[in-house]
Design a protein around this ligand. Sequence first.
Ligand code: FES
Length: 409
Amino acid sequence: MALTWMASGPLAQLGRDLRHLRLRLGGGHPSPLVARPRSPRAAAGASSVPAVHAAPRELVVARVVRETKDVVTLVLVDEAGARFDFLPGQFFTVLARIDGADVSRNYSASNAPGTAELHLTIKRREGGRASGVLVSSRAGDRLRVRGPFGSFTVTPSSAERRAFVLVAGGVGITPLLSIARAVLAAEPASRLALVYGNRTRDDVAFASEIDALARAHGDRFVVRHVLESPHAGFEALAGRLDRVTFARIAADLGLASPTFYVCGPDAMRDEVLAALGDAPVRTERFAVGSQARAASGAAHAITIRAGGREHVTVAAAGATLLEAGLAAGAPMPSSCSAGGCGACRIKLVSGEVELAEPHCLTPAELRSGFVLACVGRAKTPCTLLVEGGDGGEQGGVGNGGDRDGERPT
Ligand code: FES
C-alpha cells in the first residue's frame, strides 16, 4: 500500500529508492518486520560476535545522568576496568532482587561499544517496580548484568559506504543513538538520518548529544525532530510521527537506498512500517510482553519433561512457559528472558504454544517444534521437553529479541 501511495508528488524519490533497494536485493520480499538472519553469527554481520556473559557480571554505577523527567542513563563500569564489547543496538539484562523477588529487565546500551563504560538508559514505567527502583540508582550501587543480546544491530566497518534512516519514538532512541554514534565514528563514508518523535520538548532524551553529533558531522548526520506539542526555539515538525509525517520527512532526506531501523512504541512503529511497505526494515518494539500477556486469555495444563521427571502444572492465563515451569519446580534453562538469546529453547511435544514475535528461533527450529519458554505461552494443554533436562543457565547470542514492558524502547 505504502509504495503506491508514496509514488506521487514529493514522495516519489523515496518510492524509487525503496524499489531500487528491492531490485538490488534480487527482487525478494523481505519481511516488513524484523530482518532475522539465519544464524546468530549472521545476525551480527561478518565481524566477530561479542561474547555473551551468560553468568552475570557485577558492575558498579559510576554516575547517573538524568535525560528527561522519567529517563536516566546509568553509566556502569567494571571494577577491573574491562571494556564493554557489544554491537551497537544490542541490549543487556539487569538482574535485581526487588521486594524479595528476582526480576530481570532488558535495557539497550545508548553509548557506542568498545569503551570502559556501559550506558544503560532506563525509563521509569508507571507501575513498573523494577524500573522505579533502577532509575533511583546512585553512584556506587552495584548491579548484576548479563549480555549483550539481540540482533537489532549494525556491524560498523570503515570500508562501508552506506545510508541509514533511524526512526525513534520516545526512549526508543536508545539503541539508535548507539548505532548512530558507532557508525559515525567508524564509517567516514556512511550517512545517517535520525527521525525522532516525542510528545513534548521535555520528552526528548539526549537532545544535546544529538545536536552535538549533528553539528560535528554536518550532512553525514541529519536530524528531524517531530513534536506533538511544538516548543518555541526547538526546531521540529509539529504533529505525531505517523505514516504521513514520516513519509514527508523521508522523501526529503536525500539518502539513496537507505536501510531503515525503527524503534519505538507500537503505534509509531506500525505507522512507520506502513509507510515503508515491504522495504527491508529492522525494528525493535516495546511492551510486547504485556501485549502478549493480555492476548493470552486462558489457563492451560502443561507437562514439562526434564531429567527423567514430569512436572505437571497449570500455566495461569498470560504466564510464560518459563514462569509456569519455574513455579512448578522444573529445571528450566534461561538467560535473557526476552526472546533474544535462545537459552530457554525447549521442544513442544504436543499442544499449541503462542510465541511473542519477534524471537530468535530460526525457521528450521520452529519446524522442528522448538519454542522459547520465556516468550512462549500455552494456547492449549501442552507437553514440553527440556532437552538435557538438568536445567541451569545457558548463554548464547541470538537474533531478534523483543523488549518487554520494562525495556527502554
Ligand atoms: S531466555 Fe533468552 S530467549 Fe529465552
